[in-house]
Design a binder for this molecule. Structure first.
Ligand SMILES: *Cc1c(COP(=O)(O)O)cnc(C)c1O
Length: 369
């Protein structure tokens, strides 16, 4: 049996009957950028996250850069997860901020509010909380911490569409929150896309200008800004997928529950930890083992593809090496060395997941010579 990590063809095969007439009408709407479909999608996306405004942009990275710029972090420190998607660090630097890496808790891989608090100083401009793998950080505590210190909380929800803290969606806690619609994400476009969520009317207005060349209207350029808009075709596709997202999340949660149950007793394998009162979005199911490479080989030999998120710690990338030469991040490095992502998407079938489970169990139950 072959088990892929993602199966786009399978996804579009299922969606195509609904999608075909929508694509057709979008192409004939005569409204290719920032059109009606984008506005409708923004409204629906904001409602889904229980916030007032959503601003569609060209990518999740652009969403981060625009948000951090608008919040004025230039020459200030931005505290963020040390174990993370490295593009987040680039976004902070592109916005003129100074990234400060916050080591995570060793068991969960996530920093708590107390980890962020240790790095606060007069130079802190924002906390950028990344809900890595779809697991919410401690948003009540981070909201309280940032409120006390008078700095904005920004949530990176690129991997967490639909994750909950209690009954409240992630993305609704921060001054602003960012989403990515990269095809691999839980809510993925057919290409790049992103969005910013906020309840702040003035910030939303500013971001609408900043995503569109700094234009206030058709002719007046108000500020110097890039061109990073969400296009109509992606919006049409994303509107349809947003309607399916709740049932897709239910399926992801069922697969995660099955893995957690079926792999709980294996020595040498560490499973993801779910925090109390949170409902993860399960963008990725990341396990850890000292035998990562051998496990991946065994899975590959059984036709199972796996991913690595992420195998190189931030301080070890050529792009950041000099900057973080004195930032050892031993826990982030340990995670980078031991993580492996098992297949999990709403498209996976039970028999595929059972095949993965059998292969992982056999690997850990077979005595090593
Ligand atoms: C994917 C991702 C991004 C970047 O999104 P793009 O749309 O690919 O630019 C940012 N942060 C995290 C946590 C991500 O997973």
């Amino acid at each position: 049996m072959k088990v892929k990590t993602k199966d786009y063809a399978r996804q579009y095969e299922t969606l195509w009957p609904e999608l075909e007439p929508l694509v057709r009408s979008a192409l004939f709407e005569d409204d290719p950028v920032l059109g009606r479909s984008v506005a409708h999608f923004e409204e629906e996306l904001a409602a889904f996250h229980a916030v007032r405004h959503a601003i569609g942009v060209g990518s999740g990275t652009d969403a981060l850069v625009l948000t951090l710029q608008a919040l004025g972090v230039r020459d200030q420190q931005v505290l963020t997860n040390a174990h993370t998607f490295p593009g987040v660090v680039s976004a902070i630097l592109l916005a003129g901020g100074e990234p400060v890496l916050v080591e995570p808790d060793r068991e969960t891989g996530r920093p708590g509010a107390e980890h962020f608090a240790r790095h606060l100083s007069a130079r802190t401009g924002a906390i950028l909380a990344v809900h890595l793998y779809g697991h919410p950080l401690d948003l009540p505590a981070l909201s309280a911490l940032t409120a006390t210190h008078g700095i904005p909380l920004v949530e990176d929800c690129a991997q967490a569409h639909g994750a909950l803290v209690g009954t409240r969606p992630v993305g609704s806690f921060g001054r602003a929150s960012t989403l990515s619609f990269h095809p691999s994400k839980n809510l993925g476009a057919f290409g790049d896309g992103g969005a910013i969520l906020t309840n702040d009317e003035a910030l939303a207005q500013q971001l609408r200008i900043q995503r569109n060349l700094g234009k206030r209207d058709k002719y007046a350029f108000q500020c110097v800004a890039p061109n990073t808009k969400l296009d109509t075709l992606q919006a049409v596709l994303l509107r349809l997928k947003l309607r399916h997202l709740p049932s897709w999340l239910t399926r992801r949660r069922a697969i995660a529950a099955r893995y957690l149950d079926a792999l709980a007793d294996l020595d040498g394998l560490m499973l993801p930890v779910v925090d109390r009162d949170t409902e993860p979005a399960w963008h990725l199911f990341v396990i850890r083992t000292e035998e990562r490479d051998a496990l991946r080989e065994a899975l590959a030999a059984s036709g199972v593809r796996t991913g690595l998120h992420y195998p190189i710690a931030v301080p070890d990338h050529p792009a950041f090496q000099a900057r973080f030469a004195n930032t050892p991040c031993p826990i982030a490095r340990e995670w980078a060395r031991t993580v492996v992502s098992l297949p999990l998407s709403h498209e996976h079938e039970d028999q595929e997941i059972e095949h993965v489970i059998r292969t992982v169990r056999t690997f850990f139950e077979t005595p090593r010579s």
